[in-house]
Structure formats: structure tokens, C-alpha cells
Ligand binder design. Structure first.
Ligand code: 2AL
Length: 185
């Protein structure tokens, strides 16, 4: 006859780590190439993606985010220029398919297609910005209204080149880490 163990004899339940996600488990276990593919939509910087992948395994999404943020500290003007290739102008939502185009459309969702005055002001601001700084204006659009984006664009036009580069890199960092967080939450 089998003896049924009383509850007091059962091994203590192992609590699941509170912070793991199936996406993170898959990322930790994937080949390096596949893992790079899983985060390539976050930013068009293959060196950064490779460094994040090389830091695996990550115990929690927070640990991944902390390491990924640390690796953004090396970004400079060259990295910014390279990463901008994947970011459409504010107010020019990409038409194409694909994950990056989807993300940009969603991030820019608050810039209304119908608000003609806002669209015109953004177009003029983008042009002035490109003439002044020689690159596309970049801002973390997610969570900002169209008016807030326009106000930031007009404010940043008064930055000097160094201030503005720092600010643009900081926005690139925010966009990237937001995308990474959404991937692994
Ligand atoms: C974008 C974009 O596509 N998503 C976002 O947050 N910002 N583009 C831009 N030029 O700032």
C-alpha cells in the first residue's frame, strides 16, 4: 500500500522567480544570431545589439534593461547618425510593413493626420532643424502629444550643436529602451 505523504512532508514549493518572462527565456537560450534578430527592431546599431546579446544570460528583464542601458553610454554622434536611418521624420509615418515601421507608426500615434496646422508646423520645424543640425529631428514620441513634440522641436532649435547631440542621443536611448522593455515584459 502506498503511503500518502502528509502536507508537512512535502518539499517546500519552489517560488517562481518573480521577474522572468517567456520572451527573456527564449532570448537567453537562442543562438547569438537569433537573439540579435529578436532585439534588432530596438535600434539600428548592430554593435550595440551584439554587445547586449554577448551579456546573456540575464536573470530578469530588469537586469537586461540595466545592462542594455549601460551599453548605450558609449553612443556618440556616429552612432546617432547610423541609428537615425531607421527613424522616419516626426509627422511622416512610415507606410511599409515590418516591425520597425509598425513601432514608429504606434509611437507617433498622437500626431494626428487631421490636424493640418500641427502637421504644417512640424514640417516647417523639421526643415529648420535639418538645416541647422544636418540630421533628422529625433524625439521619443511615445507618451507625448503632437503639441508637446512641436514645443520640444522649437525649444531644441535654440540648442548649440553639442547640447543638441546630447539631447538627441538621450532620446534615442529612451526609444531603444522602451522598445526593449516592451519586448521582454
Ligand atoms: C520617431 C519614431 O519613429 N518613433 C519615435 O519615438 N520617434 N521618429 C523621430 N524622428 O523622432
Amino acid at each position: 500500500m502506498c503511503e500518502v505523504a502528509g502536507a508537512e512532508n512535502l518539499p517546500p514549493e519552489q517560488p517562481l522567480p518573480a521577474d522572468t518572462s517567456p520572451a527573456l527565456t527564449a532570448f537567453n537560450q537562442a543562438s547569438a544570431e537569433e537573439a540579435r534578430r529578436q532585439i534588432s527592431h530596438c535600434v539600428a546599431l548592430s554593435d550595440w545589439c551584439a554587445a547586449v546579446v554577448a551579456g546573456r544570460p540575464y536573470a530578469t528583464p530588469d537586469a537586461l534593461l540595466r545592462a542594455a542601458e549601460e551599453l548605450t553610454q558609449a553612443w556618440d554622434g556616429r552612432a546617432l547618425g547610423q541609428a537615425l536611418s531607421a527613424h522616419p521624420r516626426i509627422g511622416e509615418k512610415p507606410q511599409g510593413a515590418g516591425k520597425e515601421a509598425d513601432l514608429s507608426r504606434r509611437e507617433q500615434g498622437s500626431v494626428s493626420e487631421e490636424d493640418v496646422a500641427l502637421k504644417q508646423a512640424l514640417r516647417a520645424g523639421n526643415l529648420a532643424y535639418e538645416q541647422r543640425f544636418g540630421r533628422v529631428f529625433l524625439i521619443r514620441a511615445s507618451g507625448r502629444s503632437g503639441e508637446e513634440i512641436l514645443a520640444a522641436l522649437q525649444r531644441r532649435l535654440a540648442n548649440d550643436a553639442q547640447q543638441e547631440q546630447r539631447e538627441a542621443i538621450s532620446q534615442l536611448r529612451e526609444i531603444t529602451l522602451l522598445r526593449l522593455k516592451e519586448t521582454f515584459q
